[in-house]
Design a protein around this ligand. Structure first.
Ligand code: ATP
Length: 357
C-alpha cells in the first residue's frame, strides 16, 4: 500500500491542538480510502524548543524533513519570544530554503457560515489568493543606523527579481486556467511604487500572452480592498506581492467568516523540496489549552495537501465531510459564534468521513 511520509510540526499554542486533530482526521480518511496510509514524523520545534536550546529548530532540521512528501505545520509565536525569532527561526527557515515561493490561499464561504458581508451568498465569494512567498517586501533586506538617536534611519528594501515575479505570475495564470471561470486579477501599487511594481505590471502583460484563454485585469491594492468587499463576485484567482497578499488574505479570511477556517499551502511547484501546509491563523495564546480552537482551517489545508499528493478524490471526500459539519451551527466553535469544542468538531468530521459514500 502506498505510504506518504509527512513531517508534522505542530509548533506553538493552538498549533499543537489543531495539528493533533488534523492527524487524527487524516488517519481516518486514509483508512476509509484504503489505498494509502500516512506515516507522520512529529517534530517538537517551536518556542518551547527555543527556550531549551536557544534555536527554534536544530541545525540539521531541514535535512531531517527534506525527503518527506509534505510538511504539515501548525503555528508559531509565543508571548515571551520575539516574533522575528519565531517567524524567521522556523516558518521562514523552512519556506525560504525549500523555495516554497507560491503561497496559495483558497477562500470560500462554507455552508452554514455567515459572512460579515450580509449581501453576499456562498457562491459569490470563491477566490484563491496566490501570494508571492520568497521575496518582495519580506526579503529581509534593510537595516538601521544611529539606533535610538534623532537621526536614526531604518530601511526595509522590497526586493523583486524578474525571475521571481515571472514564476509567481505564471503560477497564478496556470491556476486561474485550471478553475472554471479562468479569471485572474493581478494586484500591484504601480501608481506609487514606480520600479518593482511597474515591472510586475509589465511581466503580467508578457505572461498573459501565454494564457490567451485566461481573462485578466490589474488592480491597485487599495482599490482591491474595496472590490473584495463591494463586488466579491467579480473576483476569482488573485495574485499579489508578499505584503499585499498577506493583508488581502486576512481580509479574505474575515469575509469568509473566521480566521480559524482559512487554509494555506506553501508550494514548491517544481517539487525539488517538500511543500508545507498550514492553517492561516497564528498560535492564538488567548485560547490555547481551552479546547476551543477551530480545526477547520487545518482540515481544509489537509485537503490542499492531499491534492498536492495527487489524492484528489480523498481531498474531495474530506472537504465534503468538513462542509457537512460547518453546515450545522451546533458544531461551530466560538470564533464562529458557537459553543462547540475542537473535539466535537473533529469527531463530527470523522463521523462524516466514515458515513460518506
Ligand atoms: P500571530 O501568530 O499571527 O501573531 P496570533 O497568535 O496573535 O497571531 P491569530 O492567529 O492572528 O493570533 O488570531 C487572532 C485571534 O483570532 C486569536 O487571538 C484568536 O482569538 C482567534 N483565532 C485565530 N485562530 C483561531 C482558531 N483556529 N480558532 C478559534 N479562534 C481563532
Amino acid at each position: 500500500m502506498k505510504q506518504y511520509r509527512i513531517a508534522a510540526i505542530p509548533g506553538d499554542g493552538i498549533g499543537k491542538e489543531v495539528i493533533a486533530a488534523g492527524i487524527e482526521v487524516l488517519d481516518v480518511l486514509a483508512e476509509r480510502e484504503g489505498r494509502f496510509r500516512f506515516a507522520f514524523d512529529r517534530f517538537d520545534w517551536g518556542s518551547d524548543y527555543y527556550k531549551k536550546h536557544g534555536v527554534m529548530m536544530p541545525a540539521d532540521g531541514r535535512e531531517k524533513i527534506k525527503d518527506h512528501d509534505a510538511i504539515f505545520f501548525g503555528a508559531v509565536g509565543a508571548p515571551d519570544v520575539p516574533d522575528h525569532i519565531t517567524l524567521w527561526g522556523l516558518r521562514l527557515a523552512i519556506c525560504q530554503p525549500f523555495d516554497q515561493y507560491a503561497n496559495v490561499r483558497p477562500t470560500r464561504i462554507l455552508p452554514g457560515i455567515t459572512s460579515p458581508l450580509r449581501h453576499v451568498s456562498g457562491p459569490e465569494l470563491d477566490w484563491v489568493i496566490v501570494r508571492e512567498n520568497s521575496e518582495g517586501e519580506y526579503a529581509g533586506v534593510g537595516g538601521r543606523v544611529h539606533q535610538g538617536h534623532a537621526n536614526e534611519v531604518a530601511t526595509d528594501v522590497s526586493m523583486m527579481t524578474r525571475s521571481g515575479v515571472d514564476r509567481i505570475i505564471r503560477y497564478a495564470f496556470a491556476l486561474a486556467r485550471s478553475r472554471p471561470r479562468k479569471l485572474l486579477t493581478v494586484v500591484t501599487k504601480s501608481n506609487a511604487q514606480r520600479h518593482a511594481m511597474v515591472m510586475w505590471d509589465e511581466i503580467a502583460a508578457e505572461v498573459a500572452q501565454d494564457f490567451p484563454d485566461v481573462t485578466w485585469d490589474k488592480m491597485l491594492v487599495d482599490a482591491m480592498t474595496m472590490r473584495m468587499v463591494g463586488k466579491p463576485e467579480t473576483l476569482d484567482t488573485i495574485v499579489a506581492t508578499n505584503l499585499h497578499a498577506d493583508i488581502l488574505s486576512d481580509l479574505a479570511a474575515a469575509l469568509a467568516g473566521s480566521l480559524g477556517i482559512a487554509p494555506t499551502a506553501n508550494i514548491n511547484p517544481e517539487r525539488r523540496f517538500p511543500s508545507m501546509f498550514e492553517p492561516i491563523h497564528g498560535s492564538a495564546f488567548d485560547i490555547t489549552g481551552k479546547g476551543i480552537a477551530n480545526p477547520v482551517g487545518t482540515f481544509w489545508t489537509a485537503c490542499q495537501m492531499l491534492e498536492h499528493l495527487g489524492e484528489k478524490p480523498a481531498a474531495d471526500r474530506l472537504m465534503r465531510a468538513v462542509e457537512r459539519v460547518t453546515a450545522d451551527p451546533a458544531l461551530h466553535t466560538p470564533d464562529l459564534g458557537g459553543t462547540a469544542t475542537t473535539r466535537a468538531v473533529t469527531d463530527a468530521v470523522i463521523a462524516a468521513i466514515r458515513g460518506d459514500n
